[in-house]
Design a protein around this ligand. Structure first.
Ligand code: HEM
Length: 505
């Protein structure tokens, strides 16, 4: 036993020395253990989000901290200006691909999605030329088909109306509101993408969206890093940490997207594209450059992966934000009443609130901002990766190192004073005029900031205002409000709670 302990200690010291060679000037929580990394993270309890924030507060210097989780180095950035400079730097726009040896986890996503080996397609995890092309084209086509246009507002209003009818049928019993928003939120995007919407009552889709939620929970946990870094473990134990479920879920969505693309191929009219998919199919047909990410099979692969990513990113995030919105309104009945009073005064009851009302609803806007700040639904953002060594604020981040924001520090830390308190007035000046704050960055910042921000903000505003115009949200048990405790994950949902939905008129 003693020999084993001595061996382990020696190995730890060796590993620590070797792993520090490249990153001598990066502060971090001390000793790394082979395979495990910074063991102090594991002493922080099961909430790795709070755990990382605690370590950041204790060990960061110059706005950064190096954290090694299961052998993977990740630079955590909690200073707004450091993050802004890093994420605006074109050399910090990678995600990490197969050629980076240790950080070759992107390969894992390929396997999960049933894709051939090689650079990952799509937008979220692609990089280099493919990412630039796919992001630019997706954004442009989404805009052409409605993003940011008045037609998008009409499409979302259709979904809002249906959702109001649905909620009016739920007024007798307490409602578990989480995930109820997924479908209407997804539908607006899907009409633009695919020209179709999903049925509210489709049980297969309901299961898929629930699985999506579970997937998002699992994805943000340190165990995901274990999956990514030590794939051999899962070859031996394929069901460990529900990894088989992740693969099943990914394959199911890929199948659904592929079917959709095949149907579009059959009805494609190159002179009159109906939706985003038609437009991409035409681009693929017209691409002769073999290096382009739209070339032949590469093009189809990128299309199916982009669809999958928009399906995942486009439903879970906005609906989670709306769930936090309901939670905070139950917790803060006075704030709820103030929003309703402003809506009654500016909009009335004869029509739904519209985007053109925004400028006259400063208090409501401040509440929307405060919900995003406190909900902080993507607490560790999506990692970036440096493609060459980066000097910042007196420290050097080695090439091919993951870089992740500590959103909790940026959006709730010392800068805010009372950052843990829900207080929308922080976004209003003395005269009640809305004042934004550059540190409110739920959609991240820089070159890779959220591609769906315009849609998300529009859906968030239209759903929230219509719901508060029509209903009051109250606790399931009078006097007992739902807790801010969340289930840790890549995006965080409050622990289950129910609400009484009371029609206002
Ligand atoms: C409230 C809702 C949302 C939040 C809080 C959110 C947040 C984020 C964050 C933090 C990132 C990471 C950016 C980075 O790498 O620095 C991101 C990326 C992304 N989001 Fe969103 N998002 C939301 C809604 C959406 C929607 C509705 C869509 C789809 C239409 C979407 C599509 C994407 C895509 C494709 C990326 C990857 C961008 C890239 O790598 O270039 N998001 N989002």
């Amino acid at each position: 036993m003693l020999i084993l302990m001595c061996l382990l200690t020696l190995l730890s010291l060796l590993y620590y020395r070797l792993s520090r060679k490249e990153r001598v000037d990066l502060p971090g929580p001390g000793l790394c253990i082979p395979l495990l990394g910074h063991y102090k993270l594991f002493l922080q309890g099961s909430d790795n989000i709070k755990g990382i924030w605690n370590l950041y507060k204790q060990y960061s210097k110059q706005g950064v901290m190096l954290l090694n989780v299961f052998g993977m180095n990740n630079v955590i950035v909690g200073d707004f200006y450091v993050l802004k400079e890093l994420f605006n730097n074109p050399d910090v726009a990678n995600r990490g691909h197969v050629e980076f040896g240790k950080c070759n986890f992107i390969q894992k996503f390929n396997e999960d999605r049933g894709d051939p080996p090689g650079p990952l397609s799509g937008v979220i995890f692609s990089q280099g030329r493919a990412w630039v092309e796919q992001r630019r084209f997706t954004l442009k086509t989404l805009r052409d088909f409605g993003f940011g246009k008045s037609s998008m507002e009409e499409t979302i209003h259709d979904e809002v109306r249906q959702f109001i009818v649905y909620l009016k049928n739920c007024t007798n019993t307490p409602v578990d509101i989480a995930r109820k928003f997924n479908l209407p939120i997804l539908n607006a995007l899907w009409k633009i993408m695919v020209g179709e919407s999903f049925e509210y009552t489709d049980p297969k889709l309901e299961k898929l969206l629930n699985d999506l939620g579970e997937f998002a929970r699992r994805f943000g946990s340190p165990s995901t890093v274990l999956v990514l870094n030590y794939p051999w473990l899962f070859k031996i134990f394929p069901t460990l940490l529900n990894r088989n479920k992740d693969i099943e879920f990914m394959r199911e969505i890929m199948l659904m997207m592929n079917k959709c693309i095949e149907q579009h191929k059959l009805t494609l009219d190159v002179n009159s594209p109906k939706d985003v998919i038609d437009t991409v199919l035409i681009e693929i047909q017209n691409t002769k450059d073999e290096l382009s990410s739209f070339y032949q099979n590469k093009g189809y692969n990128n299309l199916v992966n982009t669809m999958l990513e928009l399906f995942v990113a486009g439903s879970e995030t906005t609906s989670t934000t709306l769930t936090w919105a309901v939670l905070y309104m139950i917790r803060e009945p006075e704030i709820q009443s103030k929003v309703q009073a402003e809506l009654d005064r500016v909009v009335g009851t004869s029509r739904l609130p519209s985007l053109s009302d925004r400028s006259q609803l400063p208090y409501t806007e401040a509440v929307l901002m405060e919900i995003q700040r406190c909900g902080n639904i993507v607490p560790n953002g999506v990692h970036h990766m440096a493609s060459r060594p980066i000097q910042i604020n007196g420290v050097t981040i080695p090439a091919n190192t993951m870089i992740s924001p500590c959103m909790s520090e940026i959006m709730k830390g010392d800068y805010w004073g009372d950052g843990l308190v829900f207080r929308p007035e922080r976004f209003l000046d003395e005269s009640g005029t809305l004042k934004s704050d550059e540190r409110l960055i739920p959609f991240s910042i820089g070159k890779r900031r959220c591609l769906g921000e315009t849609l998300a903000k529009t859906e968030y505003f239209l759903f929230f205002t219509a719901l508060l115009q029509q209903f009051s949200f109250m606790p399931e048990i009078s006097g007992t409000v739902p807790s801010e405790t969340y289930v840790p994950g890549a995006s965080i949902l409050p622990i289950p709670f129910k609400t009484i939905v009371k029609p206002r008129y």
